[in-house]
Design a binder for this molecule. Structure first.
Ligand SMILES: [Zn+2]
Ligand SMILES: [Zn+2]
Length: 104
């Protein structure tokens, strides 16, 4: 549960700030598309866990998992990426959450 889910009064950003933010968001989306495409090319359209194979019709169910949990760590050789189907990806992250919960 993120700590600041409560609605709070927000200050409207200035025009410049809003534009900078938008630019940044667009850049992030592009980068995200990029690493997914790269990861699919490197690791193939197959789930690394359950071995399910994907074609162009089902490819949207295949997601890229970051092994170290850091979405900004995207080495071009794909060593931090793992292609997981949405089911295995959920599973992977619920394990992590449970681990964090048990460790805290
Ligand atoms: Zn899977
Ligand atoms: Zn993940």
């Amino acid at each position: 549960m993120p700590p600041n889910r409560r609605p709070r009064s927000v200050q409207l950003p200035s025009r410049e700030e809003a534009e900078a933010l938008l630019k940044k968001m667009r850049g992030d989306v592009e980068k995200n598309e990029n690493y997914r495409t790269k990861s699919l090319r490197i690791h193939g359209a197959i789930c690394a866990k359950c071995g399910r194979e994907f074609d162009s019709a089902s490819l949207n169910l295949l997601t890229v998992h970051h092994r170290d949990g850091n979405h900004h760590n995207n080495p071009p050789d794909g060593s931090n990426w793992e292609n997981l189907c949405n089911h295995c990806h959920d599973d992977e992250h619920s394990r992590e959450l449970l681990g964090n919960y048990l460790a805290s």
